[in-house]
Design a protein around this ligand. Structure first.
Ligand SMILES: *Cc1c(COP(=O)(O)O)cnc(C)c1O
Length: 854
């Protein structure tokens, strides 16, 4: 990356337009249509060329044009009106300010990537865009969040496709001065620097960029500064670039350096230090260790500090794919934590947090395991993914039923103002009143079918024109000076049923499933009266040749002269493309191998625009498909092998398109309107938009994670960590005593010879407590329906009471008694178990200790 260093000279704005600088400096413009219109008005052509980027626009526009606008009273008023509107947005109370009771004063949200706008390319895909949407909705709701990430000099890569269909990567170097970023400085103007002590007496330095995302601050750490030697400058060179040590350095910087940066920021901004820390996937997990080190500095032991940190940490897991989890060599992690990085923290304690439980996990440091051990509030990102995660990580809570594994789920959402096309928003405003498409009554008769269809047609046409332009430009880039073949200006048809498919290209997403039977696909594409067209995009990880081969297969198929006007692959999938692509399709296709798609968000963005989903019942679709909002591709999970499964699922895909989707799309009334299709669109918009919005998601995080985490952290920290110390001491005592805990035997009575509904089952459990006392444990009867096999269903748990003589029975089994009513007919089963009990625990599974009657 020793290429030419470029820099950006910012325009000097005429005085009357000075407020444009303030507006350009807050990324709210990326989702606030009136502010975008204000910038577009300056020079619509340039606005388009620079990809809707206000800072780039101001750098390109002729000074004469700015002078002209400065003399235009109407424009100057418009600018100051928008500036006032922004200030009001930043200051006025919003949803969070109306909450009753305690709520955290500051929440730090850590993520390795943030996708906020095309103009700030610091993301690779879904995880980053979700993080961007999280910040935007937090801003809209007034949630006091601060984002923490890294500033990558080259972001993710830019994709081109070679003439033979192979993905080519390039890494355009970003100039932060041309981006909506400012260095975090002290009042005397000196930049804040974060430092990390590394092995061999090296030190990693980072400066901190800040971006304003509406009301939310985003801090991005950057190592490309002269204080670092050449090698360390490259730590933040690119997103997910290297493996091993490079990646570990990035994650140490994000976690450990991120906490240091956020504290410096809080002090300078007059904000409270974060009480709650949320780590978006495991990459930022080291943040917990930095906080532990801090608390050890305050006089706590490692175990006591761990309790405080766990109480205030939220961990979101995003992947059911093992390859998606960061794993390092334990020896490498040990080397870094044996240096002076975190004084007071022993490397052995760190290694224990990342240790894998399985035999083949020896020597491996697993970031997801550490995330779960450092955060007592954990979740997956859809209901199904919650289930899958509980099964995937159940080894951390051995002995418990999979349902009891303390990982819940909060289904992802997408930021509606970012992802709803402005044409649809205008329609909602004009016809339904109100600007919020997620709350509009899409079934209202106020909105005519013809108007809705006309907007859908406009959005499709917009995509077709964009696809033609992109295809032509990509060709010209590879053939400088040449004239692009005429057919490139004719690809796709604005009236044809359009299917979209865009995503990263890991194998499980099955980019090429649609190519399974090429003859059948050709038949669909080339149908004389009711054709289908397909628009595809996606990047493969640079190190993933298998993904690149899939892209190549697709590109080669799409290059066949017969079909090339009906199926196109658009290079360089990014936010800007996505914003036209989703609204422009009629059907959004998703065909992962179930259950490997944790949630999937592109289909949500499509649905917000009235697009119908055609998807495997995976991720969000398995909980929201209702028979009217699209189509479910049946999963052939039980097929003998992968090839058989692909075949069956591909055939279902073709069948659905041919027999259900095509006929419904082309079925028109005498006005040419696809009435049934429009019903599905209305139904989709009315029922899914509120559910799929990131506002719903962020509210859930606030209520179900951030507030409980804030409360737990406050409880354990009060009186100089009194409760944390007590909890750590109690846990140590219980862990030591647990080998002596067992259920000696259980007697039952009360049920008649032929048990009937209404009978009461009386239980007497004799329990060995070793050195524990009855108050340290809960003895529980776990009961439910029993079918064939061992598992109980519809499980309920009731605690048994220690009998009066319990206290006196030292050394002997203690009697616990209780009653269960047989409320339902059918198979009944129960078991008795002992678990630790303490009001300061998050739940009975927290410690992973259990003793079950044999
Ligand atoms: C939404 C989005 C994604 C993620 O989509 P998935 O359906 O989760 O794969 C990836 N890239 C871009 C540009 C997006 O906008």
């Amino acid at each position: 990356m020793k290429a030419i260093r470029k820099f950006t000279v910012r325009a000097v704005l005429p005085e009357p337009l000075a407020a444009l600088e303030e507006l350009a400096g807050n990324l709210r413009w990326s989702w606030h249509e009136p502010t975008r219109e204000l910038f577009a008005h300056i020079a619509p052509e340039i606005w388009r060329e620079v990809g809707h980027d206000p800072i780039a626009l101001l750098g390109e526009v002729e000074p004469a044009r700015l002078s002209e606008l400065a003399a235009d009273g109407g424009y100057v008023d418009w600018v100051s009106h928008q500036r006032d509107e922004l200030r009001a947005y930043l200051e006025q109370p919003r949803w969070y300010q109306s909450l009753d009771g305690t709520a955290p004063g500051t929440i730090a949200y850590f993520s390795p990537e943030f996708g906020i706008a095309a103009a700030l390319p610091q993301y690779s895909g879904g995880l980053g865009i979700l993080a961007g949407d999280h910040l935007k909705s937090a801003s809209d709701l007034g949630v006091p969040l601060v984002g923490v990430g890294l500033f990558y000099r080259a972001g993710y890569f830019s994709q081109a496709i070679s003439p033979d269909g192979w993905q080519l990567e390039s890494y355009p170097v970003l100039d932060p001065d041309g981006l909506p970023l400012a260095i975090l400085r002290r009042p005397d103007g000196s930049p804040v620097q974060v430092t990390l002590a590394l092995p061999d007496d090296r030190t990693l330095h980072a400066r901190v960029w800040q971006a304003a995302v509406g009301r939310v601050r985003l801090l991005l750490l950057d190592t490309d500064i002269p204080d670092n030697g050449d090698e360390l400058r490259l730590v933040t060179d690119r997103l997910y670039g290297g493996g091993g040590e490079h990646r570990l350095l990035q994650e140490l910087l994000l976690g450990v350096g991120g906490v240091r940066a956020v504290k410096a920021w809080a002090e300078l901004a007059g904000a409270s230090e974060p009480e709650v820390f949320h780590t978006n996937e495991g990459h930022a997990g080291f943040l917990g260790l930095e906080r532990i080190a801090d608390l050890i500095g305050d006089g706590l032991s490692f175990a006591e500090a761990l309790e405080v940190v766990r109480a205030g940490t939220v961990f979101t897991t995003h992947t059911p794919v093992a390859a998606g989890i960061d794993r390092f060599e334990a020896s490498l992690v040990e080397r870094y934590f044996s240096a002076d990085l975190l004084p007071g923290v022993a490397a052995a304690d760190v290694l224990a947090l990342g240790a894998e439980t399985s035999a083949d996990g020896a020597g491996v440091f697993n970031m997801a395991y550490m995330g779960l051990r450092l955060g007592r509030h954990a979740n997956g990102v859809s209901k199904l993914h919650g289930e899958v995660s509980r099964a995937m990580f159940r080894d951390l809570w051995p002995g418990f039923d999979v349902e009891e594994v303390p990982i819940t789920s909060i289904t992802n959402g997408v930021h509606a103002p970012t992802w709803t096309d402005s044409a649809l928003r205008s329609l909602a405003r004009a016809q339904l009143g109100g600007s919020d498409t997620t709350a509009a009554d899409w079934n209202s008769a106020q909105l005519g079918d013809d108007e809705l269809w006309s907007v859908r047609n406009d959005m499709r046409r917009q995509l077709v024109l964009d696809a033609r332009e992109r295809t032509t430009k990509a060709w010209q880039k590879q053939n400088p000076g040449g004239i692009a073949p005429g057919w490139m200006g004719e690809i796709l048809d604005p009236a044809v049923l359009t299917i979209g498919f865009a995503r990263r290209v890991p194998t499980y997403k099955r980019l090429t499933l649609m190519l399974h039977d090429q003859e059948r696909l050709r038949g669909l594409l080339l149908h004389p009266t009711r054709p289908v067209q397909i628009v595809i995009a996606g990047k493969s990880h640079p190190a993933d040749d298998e993904g690149k081969r899939l892209i190549q297969q697709l590109v080669r198929f799409a290059a066949e002269p017969e079909v090339r006007e009906r199926i196109v692959f658009l290079p360089d999938y990014d936010i800007a493309m996505a914003q036209l692509l989703y609204p422009g399709t009629d059907v959004w296709l998703n065909n992962p191998l179930r259950p490997l798609e944790a949630c999937g968000t592109s289909g949500m963005k499509a649905a917000l625009n009235g697009v119908l989903n055609l998807s495997i019942l995976d991720g969000w679709w398995s909980e929201y498909f209702d028979g009217e909002n699209g189509w479910a591709i049946p999963s052939a999970d039980s097929a003998g092998d992968a090839a058989e499964r692909d075949k069956l699922e591909a055939e279902s895909l073709y069948d659905l398109i041919e027999h259900q989707i095509v006929p419904r799309f082309y079925e028109r009334d005498h006005d040419g309107l696809p009435v049934r299709w429009l019903q599905s669109i209305r139904h989709t918009l009315a029922t899914l938009s509120p559910e799929l919005s990131a506002d719903r998601m962020v509210r859930e995080y606030v209520q179900r994670m951030y507030r409980p985490a804030g409360d737990a952290e406050a409880l354990l920290s009060a009186n100089h960590y009194e409760a944390a110390r007590a909890l750590a001491a109690w846990k140590a005592r219980v862990v030591a005593a647990w080998p002596g805990v067992s259920v000696a035997h259980v007697e039952s009575g009360g049920v008649t010879a032929v048990p009937q509904v209404g009978d009461e089952l009386h239980l007497r459990a004799h329990v060995n407590l070793g050195s524990l006392v009855p108050d340290d444990v809960a003895v529980e009867v776990v009961y439910g329906r029993s079918h064939n096999g061992d598992d109980l269903r519809e499980v309920e748990i009731r605690e048994l009471e220690p009998s009066a003589e319990a206290a006196a029975s030292e050394g002997k089994p203690v009697l616990f008694t209780g009653t269960v009513e047989l409320a339902r007919a059918g198979g009944f089963g129960y078991t008795v178990r002992v678990v630790p009990k303490n009001a300061l625990l998050a739940g009975s599974a927290e410690m992973g200790l259990i003793a079950v009657a044999s």
